[in-house]
Structure formats: structure tokens, C-alpha cells
Write a protein that binds this ligand. Structure first.
Ligand code: GDP
Length: 610
């Protein structure tokens, strides 16, 4: 008798949580319960570093994968990124798992930002488990949150099985789990048992020949690029000669130099990886996402989720302004270039290229926010750089006509913002393809050119006070869709270098909105405000009050300056025009003209207008 194939001894789940709902605490608790300590301190510190930024933006930026052993099973817990620019990545991650754990704060309830990933999980037919955390909070209302989650599942078209998801209640901080809000109190082992019981083992047969799909990339300074994915069949050992079927159909043979599995919060080296596990394979210098690793040249490539092409480009340049090096630690072209290139090792949707101008790099990605996050991270690490306005990447169509990228856009907004949103979409040349009213919210689907999306998310967040959410995914390249109005105001540029004075700003502020307050250091060519009219306006914000013997009738005491507008990095990037830069240093965000000298600038502009 042939023995039935053994069930793979794994459970692979993805965790979906809004920032601050307790994911880190929960994962810590799981590791502790399983007796796995954080084996790799360095990984932990890196994860911690990115957390300020995550909290500010309300999205997960760095994934914090974890793995634990529980009753002879390995449970891999894969993190999901929480932002629209990473739509494709979410799809790939969800293809590796068989279930998701939705973690929700018992007081705050489910948050808009997690809806996109949850929707994808539902579409992928994954098993759903809900953990309502922080039931110890004074304002906790687990029964209400339970109903909110059910409503959400209904809205997102969950199947009956998904709708009947097991709910657990508890406190990650206090290490308790309950099946009912007022039920019997269990330890955290109960969460493991629930996962094991409800999430199916991966469909993977150890007896098959070895094959796996590369779903993610990792990097180690010792072995270089690592292809990460779920082993779909068979086993692979260090030293095995295996084949990589590249995207272009090329088949490359190489020896497996190292194998990694997840362990605790880090990875650990292993000699053998078996079907069902999520592992890292080193040995191919240019393995890429969506490629197949297998035992023989004879096999067909596995179907994969396409990686979307980069659609947005920005330039990162060395800070050549008069304040260069005053604030940051890393300012040279080499330092900025190396840091950007390091980012591309694992960030697959990012491309960094040298340009013919030394000290200028073209950075292409899936969205402006993705690039803004890299710039923000670099600033916090001590880098200084100049960043240009985002531009979409055009291509030539089949008959030489100009094509631009288009995206599918999903929006969920409160009903009261519907009018404004429809108007904004029309102005940005978006075509609404579907509209649905659901419990006071509206679900909108549209097709919009990527150009029209620039700055849209900031607009949406502002207009809906953070309640509107959007996600988008690349659709196609198609003929350009016409003019989209951009900023119709000019810049107020400083004509001098020095410190701003109340006296000078008092007159300048009548002309528009100011970006600098009194007592700030400015330089010639820096943009210190937004002119209400379309043209640029030079002004001297450093002018001192002339000294006189007479007592002036209107004294300084009466001067009231409007508070200066201070914008976030993303806002700055969206605001600037083509002839301007954002100067980003650890402690300052300044706007400036690309060419600081006004005479040179005039000469260049008149040349450009010929
Ligand atoms: P993450 O952003 O989702 O990773 O959230 P963290 O795990 O960092 O937790 C966010 C905050 O919630 C921290 O201050 C935690 O101490 C707190 N927290 C986590 N779990 C609980 C809980 O069960 N009860 C309470 N009251 N606070 C919790």
C-alpha cells in the first residue's frame, strides 16, 4: 500500500493590523509562548528604527516576519505592507499563505488602512481568524468591535466560511486569550491551537520534485541576493544543483550555497528545506521575483503575479546649496548613491540609475509615496539631498505616439465627501467605473492616469480628515489623456542670504503664504513662500528696519506675522514645480530654485522658452 502523502508540518499565515493595534506586542508574546527568543537582535533594532515613521504614516513599511515552533509544527507569520503603493507586493505575500490573522484594537475597531489587504485576502479565498486585542483597555468594547468586523467582512464580500471566522479576544500585553469577551481565560497557546485548527496546512507534497516560486527578495552581505518563497514541492539541500527559470525563459543552473528559514524574529541557516515551508535560497546572483527554482531544466515555470513596472521618476541630487553639510552627516554623491543602491537590493519596485550629471540619480518606483518614504528614512539616518518633482515615466506607443501609465483606483470615502471627490477625480482626468453606497461610505472605482494620482492621496487625507482611503494598482500604458492643471501660483524666492526679520516678513506676507517665520536662516534662491499670482516674485526677507531718531508711529510691537506653513516631505514634493527642488536634511525641509542665481535662472528660462 502506498502511504498517503504526509501533511506538510507547517502553517503559513499573514498578519493584518493597523499600526499601534499591537502587532509587535502580539508577535513578541507568540515568540515567548513558544519559547523562541528573539534570536537576532540586529533585526529587531532595524524593525524598531522604522517604527516612528510607520506610526506617523499609519502604515507598515518594514515587514517583521516571525516564525515559531508549536507542537511539532512550524508556524510562519508573514507581515503585510499597508500601503497602496505596495499593492502588488500584498498579492505576492498572500500567495504564500493559507490564512490571515486580522488583529483589531478592542477600543478603536477596524481601521480604513487595513481594508485593502483584507479585501485581497478575501479575494484569494484565505481562511480568516480575528483577534480582538487590548480588551483590558478602559474604553474597550469587544462586542461592538466584533460586530464592526462582521460588517466589514460582509462589505468586502467574504464567503460564508470566511464570515464564520473564529474570533478570539485578549490582551497581547497581558498574555491572555478568550473565546468570548467574558469567557474562560487562556494563555497564548490558545491562539496557536486556534491557528493550527482553522488554518489548513499548505498544499505541498514532500514527495514531489523540488520547486518553489520566488515571491520576495532578501540580501545578505555574505551571500548576496536571496530568493524567498514557499517551497511548493519536494526538498532542497545546501549543495544541491538546482535550476532557476528566469523571467526571460533563460534556465540557469547553480549550486545552493545557503538556505535560510525564518526563526524567531530573524532567519537561521539550515541544511535542508522541505515543501510547505517559507525559505530563502542563496546561489543565484540575479534571481528575481516571480522566477521559479526547481530541480531540472525540463520543468515549466510556475505562474506568478506580475511585478508592476515603475511609473514615477524623481531625481535625487547632491545638496549643492550654500547650507550643504551644515546639518547632515552624509552629503557626498557617493554616499547618497550607495545608500540608494542599497535600497534596491530588496525593494523590487525601485530602480536607481546614474545620470550624465554627476551627483544626480534617477529614482523610479511605483508611487510618489514610496519614494518619499525612502527620502524620509534617509533624512533620519543623517543624509542630505535635493529631490525633484515626481514625473510619470512615458513610453512610446506602437505608432510612436506618447503613452503614459494608467492605474485602477479604489476609493472608500465617507458619503459627505462624495461630491468633492467626484470633482477632484474629474479634474485629474479620472473615469469612474463603479460606485456603491455601503453603510454611510461610498466605494468608488476609477481608472486614472498615474499623473492624475500625484498629490491625490494628500488631498484625500485632508479632505476626509483621514477617513478616506485609496489604493491603486498599475493597469496599462495608453495614450496620454490630456492636460491636468498643476500649481498655478508662483514662488516667493529669497533674493538674499541671512536671517529673516519680522520687519521684512511683515511686508512680504501680504503677497501670499509664507514658508518661513522670523529668525530663520535663508539663502538666495530659496523659496520662502507661495505667491498668490502665477509668476515668481523675488523678495528680501532679511531686510532690517532702517534706524531713525524718530519714533515710528507704527512700532514693531504691532506686527503680527501669520504662522509659517510647514509642510511634510511628501507635501513639499507635490508642491514644487519643475524648476524647483526640495532640500531635505535631517532637521530641515527647504524649498529652492534649481538654479539659485537669479540672472542665470532668467537666462536659462528665456532659453527654454525659445
Ligand atoms: P504595532 O504598532 O501594531 O506593532 O503595536 P505595538 O505592539 O507596538 O503596540 C502599540 C501599543 O499598544 C504599545 O504601547 C503596547 O504596549 C500597547 N498594547 C499592545 N497590546 C496591548 C494590550 O493588550 N492592552 C493594552 N492596554 N495595550 C496594549
Amino acid at each position: 500500500m502506498v502511504p498517503a502523502p504526509m501533511k506538510a508540518p507547517f502553517r503559513n499565515i499573514a498578519i493584518i493590523a493597523h499600526v499601534d493595534h499591537g502587532k509587535t506586542t502580539l508577535v513578541d508574546r507568540l515568540l515567548q509562548t513558544a519559547g523562541t527568543f528573539r534570536s537576532n537582535q540586529a533585526v529587531q533594532e532595524r524593525a524598531m528604527d522604522s517604527m516612528d515613521l510607520e506610526r506617523e504614516k499609519g502604515i507598515t513599511i518594514k515587514a517583521k516576519n516571525a516564525s515559531v515552533h508549536w507542537n511539532d509544527l512550524t508556524i510562519n507569520i508573514v507581515d503585510t505592507p499597508g500601503h497602496a503603493d505596495f499593492g502588488g507586493e500584498v498579492e505576492r505575500i498572500l500567495k504564500m499563505v493559507d490564512g490571515v490573522l486580522l488583529l483589531v484594537d478592542a477600543a478603536d475597531g477596524p481601521q480604513a488602512q487595513t481594508r485593502f489587504v483584507l479585501r485581497k485576502a478575501i479575494e484569494n479565498g484565505l481562511k480568516i481568524l480575528v483577534f480582538i486585542n487590548k480588551i483590558d483597555r478602559e474604553t474597550a468594547n469587544p462586542a461592538k468591535v466584533h460586530d464592526q468586523v462582521l460588517e466589514l467582512l460582509l462589505e468586502l464580500n467574504a464567503t460564508e466560511e470566511q464570515f464564520n471566522a473564529p474570533f478570539l479576544y485578549g490582551s497581547a500585553k497581558n498574555g491572555i486569550v478568550l473565546h468570548e469577551p467574558d469567557g474562560e481565560v487562556h494563555g497564548f497557546g490558545e491562539l496557536f491551537d486556534t491557528i493550527v485548527k482553522h488554518v489548513p496546512a499548505p498544499e505541498a507534497n514532500v514527495l514531489d520534485p523540488f520547486h518553489m516560486l520566488v515571491s520576495n527578495l532578501d540580501w545578505s552581505d555574505y551571500v548576496g541576493r536571496i530568493g524567498v518563497g514557499k517551497v511548493i514541492g519536494g526538498t532542497v539541500k545546501v549543495g544541491d544543483s538546482i535550476v532557476c527559470i528566469h523571467k526571460d525563459g533563460r534556465k540557469e543552473r547553480a549550486k545552493v550555497s545557503k538556505l535560510f528559514t525564518y526563526a524567531g524574529m530573524g532567519t537561521s541557516e539550515t541544511n535542508e528545506a522541505v515543501a510547505g515551508n517559507i525559505v530563502g535560497v542563496a546561489g543565484f546572483a540575479d534571481v528575481f521575483i516571480g522566477e521559479t527554482l526547481c530541480d531540472s531544466e525540463e520543468r515549466a515555470a510556475l505562474p506568478s503575479v506580475e511585478i508592476d513596472p515603475p511609473t514615477i521618476r524623481m531625481q535625487f541630487c547632491v545638496n549643492d546649496g550654500p547650507f550643504a553639510g551644515k546639518d547632515g552627516k552624509y552629503v557626498t554623491s557617493r554616499q547618497v548613491g550607495d545608500r540608494l543602491k542599497r535600497e534596491t537590493r530588496t525593494n523590487v519596485s525601485l530602480k536607481v540609475e546614474d545620470t550624465e550629471l554627476s551627483g544626480t540619480f534617477d529614482v523610479s518606483a511605483r508611487g510618489e509615496l514610496q519614494i518619499a518614504i525612502i527620502a524620509e528614512t534617509m533624512r533620519r539616518e543623517g543624509y542630505e539631498m535635493l529631490i525633484s518633482r515626481p514625473e510619470v515615466i512615458y513610453r512610446a506607443g506602437p505608432n510612436g505616439e506618447k503613452h503614459e501609465p494608467f492605474e485602477n483606483l479604489w476609493l472608500e470615502i465617507p458619503e459627505r465627501n462624495l461630491g468633492d471627490t467626484i470633482q477632484a477625480l474629474a479634474g485629474r482626468k479620472g473615469q469612474i467605473t463603479h460606485m456603491e453606497h455601503l453603510h454611510g461610505r461610498v466605494l468608488l472605482e476609477a481608472v486614472i492616469c498615474t499623473r492624475g494620482l500625484i498629490g491625490f492621496e494628500s488631498w484625500l487625507t485632508n479632505t476626509t480628515s483621514g477617513e478616506g482611503i485609496c489604493s491603486h494598482m498599475f493597469k496599462e500604458y495608453a495614450p496620454v489623456c490630456g492636460e491636468i492643471p498643476s500649481r498655478n501660483t508662483g514662488a516667493i524666492g529669497s533674493s538674499d542670504t541671512g536671517w529673516t526679520t519680522v520687519y521684512a516678513l511683515d511686508t512680504i506676507q501680504e503677497r501670499g503664504r509664507m514658508f518661513v517665520g522670523a529668525g530663520e536662516e535663508v539663502y538666495e534662491g530659496m523659496v520662502i513662500g507661495e505667491n498668490s499670482r502665477t509668476e515668481d516674485l523675488p523678495a528680501n526677507p532679511t531686510r532690517m528696519k532702517p534706524l531713525t531718531n524718530m519714533r515710528a508711529s507704527g512700532s514693531d510691537k504691532n506686527v503680527i506675522l501669520e504662522p509659517a506653513t510647514k509642510m511634510s516631505l511628501e507635501r513639499c514634493i507635490e508642491f514644487i514645480s519643475a524648476d524647483e527642488f526640495v532640500e531635505a536634511t535631517p532637521n530641515f525641509l527647504r524649498l529652492r530654485k534649481k538654479v539659485l542665481d537669479p540672472t542665470k535662472r532668467k537666462r536659462m528660462n528665456s532659453k527654454a522658452n525659445l
